[in-house]
Design a protein around this ligand. Sequence first.
Ligand code: HEC
Length: 155
Amino acid sequence: MRKQFAMVLAGGILGAGILATGYAAEGKPEDTVKYRQSLYNIIGWNFKPMGAMAKGEIPFDATAVARHAQYVEMMSKALPESFAQGTGPDAVKNTEAKPEIWTKTAEFDTKMKDFQREAAALNEVAKSGDEKAIKAQFGKTAETCKACHKAFRKD
Ligand code: HEC
């Protein structure tokens, strides 16, 4: 009985998981931060070539964009869990996350959802191979990176 109740409770927490702070840190906070930074590294690595294409620095490559956009969307979905409670600068030294992430949670969650929505739209339009539409959607997605960094990442 008690075990069942605990599972229902855990399910409820996971169900509300879109809230960054709905997660409790599993294991060491340092490990969660490493995971978080790894996700952002994968996002950045895949975002960069798309940016260079958008600026016309390298030739547009629809196949590459489709692949990169897929990874960005996937990582965007994994991110909220990496902002578990107790993984801010008060607990961990090596992080650029601002403490406001865990106090202005509604604002942070909105910025996270904005990013996830635009990344999903980018992945969708990337499948079409439509260069103009892809570049426009890339721009929209990049805005959501900037908006969150401005508010919630130390320079
Ligand atoms: C909802 C907020 C948010 C969004 C959206 C966001 N970022 Fe970040 N980003 C952060 C925070 C916070 C950190 C600092 C993480 C840490 O050090 O713990 C970070 C760190 C990074 C890092 C450095 C990772 C490292 O090596 O430490 C890169 C690169 C990065 N972001 C790229 C991007 C790109 C590209 C996008 C958009 C495609 C993006 N981010 C969208 C909040 C965000």
